[in-house]
Each structure stands twice: as structure tokens, then as C-alpha cells.
Design a protein around this ligand. Structure first.
Ligand SMILES: Nc1ncnc2c1ncn2[C@@H]1O[C@H](COP(=O)(O)OP(=O)(O)OP(=O)(O)O)[C@@H](O)[C@H]1O
Length: 322
């Protein structure tokens, strides 16, 4: 499902605008020549394998890290020289965002409001508690909250100073599906109020809830756009196969010329490749087996990401059943 992006009323209304960002740690280039633009009011998903440079990019965007080369602005402020201004207008939820476990929900929010120098910390905390539906839990210790409620509290803390941009680094890692859904409803409510949200995630259902996404692998930005645009740009031909002995079949198919990805999805395999003629030729060969059912399919976002990752790793690296 693709969510319609907010209308671009003002083409100059860009929250993030960076060009050629590069960052190395020692000899390792972690972000390579990254160019991206994020319009205001958008929920922009940042996806990619572990260690591909997402956190490093986020840290450059909010002025916590200086790029080795490249330029750009965040909310119109220069990421190299205006870090203090950026920090004032950006809410950043780090991967290990932690609250004081032995303070209550209310005390945590009041504390954060004081750190931000808000004029009335108590009122700000009260308002955040109401907005996040935390009324019944206001006096509960943060350490006693479930993972989902902890993340909502963390989101509440990040939004206390009324930021224009939220940078959320894997905010729902390890959180159950219902709590993730509620967290995302909150993100959409914030975006509907005009907040721009850049969120990194490994979850496909979350990627599909973004207005636009970018896929970064090993420092390279390999795809960006709406979910439909990213899928269409992959030019993948995909078939699903069901039947017996799929593990052995996957092994065989993944070695065939033109097949760049074979991945199990539930009780079937997804078989993909970028050249329709080659994929169809391989499928035609196996279709003669009456025990197997082959159906053409739209590539899923996950198919596209697995394919992109395989190519980034240097060629056809099929995902085999584990
Ligand atoms: N301060 C640092 N010093 C040295 N290496 C670093 C530093 N920060 C990150 N790295 C390395 O840079 C690479 C990219 O890390 P980064 O955290 O940006 O990736 P990521 O895409 O956010 O990964 P994940 O999905 O696992 O969070 C990793 O190999 C990491 O070990």
C-alpha cells in the first residue's frame, strides 16, 4: 500500500537537502556521496542492512557529526555551521534512547522539559501525557512500562520542545506489532500537523507506512521515492512457487543464470530477476513439474530490498531458505 504524500504546495519547502555527503571512520567509507531531499511534512523511511550508514547519516543531518565532504541544509540551517540551531528545532530519538527508569512517566517528561528550558515544564508534561494517551500511567515508573509504552514515552520526550523535524533511529526495534502500529499512528498524527519525520527501520510494514523511502546499503543510496516508485524502478520480474521440497528447489533455482533472488515467504518461494526473458525461461523449464504451482507476482518491497542488497554485495547473492 502506498500512502499519498502531502501535496507539494511550495516546492521550496524542503526540510532536508543534502548533496554529496561522505563520511569515513578510519579507512572505512561509511557514507558515500549521499544526496537526498526530504520535503516538509513527509514521513521519510530510511532502510538498509545493519551497518549501512543510516545512523551516521542521521548524525550528520543534525550536526552531531561533520561530513568529510559534501554540503547541505536541515530546516534551512547549514549542517556544517549551524548545529546549535538545528538542535533547537530537531527532535532526535537515538537507537538507545533511555529515560530514567526509576522516575515516573510524569517526572521523566517534566525533567526533559526542564532540560529543554521550556517555560512551564509541568504543563508541557501534562500536555504530552494527554496527547500520548498516557494518563493512566502518569505515575508509573518508566522502568515498569512495556517496551511499546516506553517508546511512546520516548517519542513524547522528543516532541516536547515542539520540533519541526523528528529524526527517529529504529524507534520500534523489539516492540510488538500492536504497539508498533500505535506508535506509527502517532507518527502520522504528528506529520499531519506539519512535522517532518525521518525514521530508520528494518520493518517492511513500517516502510510501507512512509510517504517516501530511501534504501541505503554499505554507504550507497540505492533507491528512493514512494514505495510504488521504488518497486517499479527495480524492474524485477517475480514468480511465486509452491509445492514440495522447496528448500532443494530454492538451491537449484538460485544457481540459475538470470535469477538474482530466491526467498521463502511462508509456504512459497519468491523467485526474481531483473531480466524478464531470462527469468521466464528458467521458470518455463521448471513449470513442467506437475507438483509445483507457479504464479506471476508483483515484487514485494522486501523482494526489491533483498535484490538491492545482493547487488550491493557484488552481484547475484540470493537469499536462500535458512
Ligand atoms: N564513531 C564511529 N567510529 C568508528 N566506526 C563507526 C562509528 N560510528 C559508526 N561506525 C561504523 O560505521 C558503520 C555504519 O554504522 P551506522 O551505525 O551508521 O549504520 P546503520 O545503518 O545505522 O546500522 P544499524 O542498522 O545496525 O543501526 C558501521 O560499520 C559502524 O561500525
Amino acid at each position: 500500500m502506498t500512502i499519498p504524500a502531502p501535496a507539494a504546495d511550495d516546492p521550496h519547502s524542503i526540510a532536508i537537502d543534502v548533496e554529496g555527503l561522505t563520511k569515513s571512520f578510519g579507512d572505512t567509507v561509511v557514507v558515500k556521496n549521499l544526496t537526498m531531499q526530504v520535503r516538509r511534512g513527509l514521513i521519510y523511511g530510511f532502510l538498509g542492512p545493519n551497518g549501512s550508514g543510516k545512523t551516521t547519516t542521521i548524525r550528520m543531518l543534525c550536526g552531531l557529526l561533520t561530513p568529510d565532504s559534501g554540503r547541505g541544509t536541515c530546516l534551512g540551517y547549514d549542517i556544517r555551521t549551524d548545529a546549535a540551531e538545528i538542535k533547537r528545532h530537531v527532535g532526535y530519538m537515538t537507537q538507545r534512547f533511555s529515560l530514567y527508569q526509576d522516575l515516573s512517566v510524569r517526572e521523566n517528561l517534566e525533567f526533559v522539559a526542564r532540560v529543554y528550558g521550556l517555560p512551564d515544564p509541568r504543563a508541557a508534561a501534562r500536555e504530552a501525557i494527554t496527547r500520548l494517551g498516557l494518563e493512566g500511567r502518569a505515575e508509573q515508573l518508566a522502568g515498569a512500562l512495556s517496551g511499546g509504552w516506553k517508546q511512546r514515552l520516548a517519542l513524547g520526550a522528543c516532541t516536547l520542545p515542539d520540533p519541526q523535524l523528528l529524526l527517529l533511529d529504529e524507534p520500534t526495534a523489539g516492540v510488538d506489532p500492536k504497539a508498533r502500529r500505535e506508535f506509527w499512528n502517532e507518527i502520522h498524527a504528528l506529520a499531519a500537523q506539519g512535522l517532518t519525520v525521518l525514521v530508520s527501520t528494518h520493518y517492511m510494514d513500517e516502510a510501507e507506512r512512509c510517504h517516501e523511502i530511501a534504501y541505503i546499503a554499505y554507504g550507497d543510496l540505492l533507491a528512493q521515492g514512494t514505495v510504488s516508485e521504488v518497486i517499479a524502478a527495480s524492474h524485477l520480474t517475480t514468480w511465486t512457487v509452491s509445492g514440495p521440497n522447496l528448500v532443494a528447489l530454492a538451491e537449484t533455482l538460485s544457481k540459475r543464470d538470470g535469477i538474482t533472488m530466491v526467498a521463502p515467504f511462508g509456504t512459497s518461494l519468491h523467485v526474481s530477476g531483473p531480466d524478464r526473458a531470462k527469468v521466464d525461461a528458467v521458470i518455463a523449464e521448471f513449470r513442467t513439474d506437475p507438483a509445483l504451482t507457479f504464479e506471476p507476482a508483483e515484487p514485494s518491497l522486501e523482494d526489491v530490498f533483498i535484490d538491492l542488497m545482493g547487488r550491493a554485495q557484488g552481484g547475484a547473492a540470493p537469499a536462500r531458505p535458512s
